[in-house]
Every structure is written in C-alpha cells, then in structure tokens.
Design a binder for this molecule. Sequence first.
Ligand code: URA
Length: 251
Amino acid sequence: MRLGCLPKEASRWAVQEVRAAGRWLPGDSPARKLMHPRFMRKRSLNGTILPRLPLYKTLDELRKEAQACKACDLWRNARQTVFGEGGESKTKIMFVGEQPGEQEDLAGKPFVGPAGQLLDRALAEAGIDRKRTYVTNAVKHFKWEPRGKRRIHKKPNTAEIAACRPWLEAEIDTLQPEVIVCLGATAAQALLGKDFRVTQRRGELMTSSLAPFIMATVHPSSILRAPDQETRQNEMERFIGDLKKLARFAK
Ligand code: URA
C-alpha cells in the first residue's frame, strides 16, 4: 500500500501515533507499519542512504544482511560487521555498548575482548547469566586509527551512530526486551538523546518507548581505564550494584 492512497487525515494520524509510540506493534495496520521510522528514515545526517529494513525479519536474517551494510564509511576499514548476539528467544535484558573493539572485529562477536571479560565477571557477580541476555553495540563496525602497527579505537561520530541506528532499532523491535541497558555515553546518547548524562542518571531504571525499562550505566572499559587498583575496585563494585538492579529481569 502506498501512503498516497490514504486520506490525508489518516496519514497524519498514523504519523502522530508512530512518533508518539516510537515504534510499531504487532497487529498494527499496514499503513501504520509503513510509517515506522525503519521505513521512513532514508538518509543519515551525512546524507548516506540508510538501510531500509523490512519488518518481520529474524535476528539471523538481520545479522546476515548487516554484513553488507555500507550506510557509513566504517565498513571500509573494519574486518566485518559485528552484530548483536545472545540468548535470543528468552532474552529480557539487552545490553548496548558503543562499538566493537579490535578483538570483536576479528572474532565477529560483541564484547569478547577485555571489556567483555570484565562485563562477564560483573554479570556473574550480579547473578546474571550472560547467555540469557542479548549483547550488542550502537555502532556495528570497528572504528580505529593506526598507531604504529596497532589499530587504536576511535569514538564513532553522530552521523555514524545515526547510520547504524536502524540496525539497533531492528534488534529492539525483534527482541522486544523488557529492559535495555546502555553501557556508556555513546549508547545512552544514541537511545536517550544527546543531552542525556550517564553521570547524572546512572543506574536509574526509567520507563521508555523503546522497551518497558531502560537504564544507563558506565562502559566496562571505563573501569579498565581507572587510574589505580582501589578506584578500579570501587568502580567495579558500583557497576555490579547497577547490574544487580536487573536481577528481576534475569529470571
Ligand atoms: N566495547 C564496546 O562498546 N563493545 C564491544 O563489543 C567491545 C568493546
């Protein structure tokens, strides 16, 4: 159905509804689905064409399609797209990091390097089985700059985050998690807006149009970067404390 076929009033109503809800729901009319941002958003901030993602795809299908994503330039220097993964059918908790690092780029899996190992330890301490959560990133290609022979992590910019957002929205729509956990400022700003400050609202379980609850906490790599052992230990304890708030979603 083309939107041109709809009476003007109906299409205005559909736009308002979808904007207000921020998502479509199973059982929505075809017109309303066509108004979903996944269909509507065709260009990212820097003008690149965004992937048009059909609804009703499985995560495996999305993962396969994301391998060919060229919505921004990061695919050029990365080895592969690192899509999310986890205990997909029973998942109630979805973690969103920033972007894959060097080890994730090589393995094709999110959070398998040092930050991922710290996340694993913190989850185990909080009594959460990582295998029953879904772990992904706001940006799905490794952005880096050369330093000698090493590839050093470089923060993704607003256009790159926006270019990747349809994949993140597709993961959220498909999984329908009960809680989304933003790990660090990039993920929080991608999902909660540019003005959101993790430092001010860390560990707060907030309601959201993306999922019943959303929470932001620090990125595990910020704990690895702590200046000394004592700070690292304190930060780890605070991080575990945040994760413990998710215990009720982990059952
Ligand atoms: N840091 C992230 O944000 N994501 C990963 O997958 C690894 C490190």
